[in-house]
Ligand binder design. Structure first.
Ligand code: NI
Ligand code: MN
Length: 221
């Protein structure tokens, strides 16, 4: 799989030939390097919750590409009411199959109706934690889904900070962890190198990949 960080919690993921856009906060995102109009193609848009920095441009992008819009039931329902044709309302539990991918929503501790999401091609698995605090059932998410790559918020204030996200990494046990949801705004300013150092101490088997907004990362098993 190849993914591109678009800043904040937004990722453009190419997995098993499908193009999945997660939490596309592009317009108004001070660190996002691309405009919605510059996106090549999107098959599936996933929204972890309806806060503006996650819902972002999701409705417009789903409509433009006639993409599936995946979110928790109520979020998908509202997208449908706003004109999205292929809104898929899921809920926390076992995976569903869409476009050859297995997609599961996971708990997240945050306000509103927050979830994380696991996306798997069968051979490669990605976990995007959404906005969340630390919780011990991340251990269960790790045991259930065996993520290759985990995307974890480290900004603090609204979500986990570097220390908590390092503990999350020990629970999830991914192969690779990529920090997100930091340095978008002053209130979530963090040093990703601190996160890297803490993971090296607590979970030395996990590789930390620090991206700059706009950068790509290719995961090879
Ligand atoms: Ni939020
Ligand atoms: Mn957020």
């Amino acid at each position: 799989m190849r993914l591109r960080w678009l800043g904040h919690a937004a990722f453009y993921v190419e997995i098993s030939g499908r193009k999945v856009l997660i939490d596309p906060f592009l317009t108004g995102n001070p660190v996002c390097p691309v405009k919605p109009s510059e996106l090549e193609h999107v098959d599936i848009v996933v929204v972890t919750h309806e806060h503006g920095d996650h819902l972002g441009d999701a409705i417009e992008i789903a409509q433009k590409f006639d993409a599936y819009f995946v979110g928790i039931y109520e979020t998908a329902q509202r997208a449908s009411q706003r004109g999205v044709k292929k809104a898929v309302g899921m809920n926390i539990g076992g995976p569903g199959e869409l476009e050859g991918l297995r997609i599961a929503l996971t708990p997240a501790f945050h306000s509103g109706l927050p979830v994380g999401v696991v996306i798997s091609s069968g051979s490669e698995t990605l976990y995007h934690a959404g906005d969340t605090g630390l919780f011990s059932d991340m251990k269960l998410i790790g045991e259930l889904f065996h993520s290759d790559v985990a995307l974890l918020p480290i900004g603090g204030f609204f979500t986990m900070d570097p220390e908590q996200a390092a503990i999350a990494t020990t629970l999830l046990k991914p192969k690779v962890v990529i920090p997100m949801h930091y340095n978008t705004f002053p209130v979530i300013r963090q040093d990703p190198e601190l996160f890297k150092k803490l993971v090296a101490e607590k979970a030395p088997d996990v590789e930390v990949v620090i991206l700059k907004p706009g950068e790509y990362y290719e995961y090879k098993k």
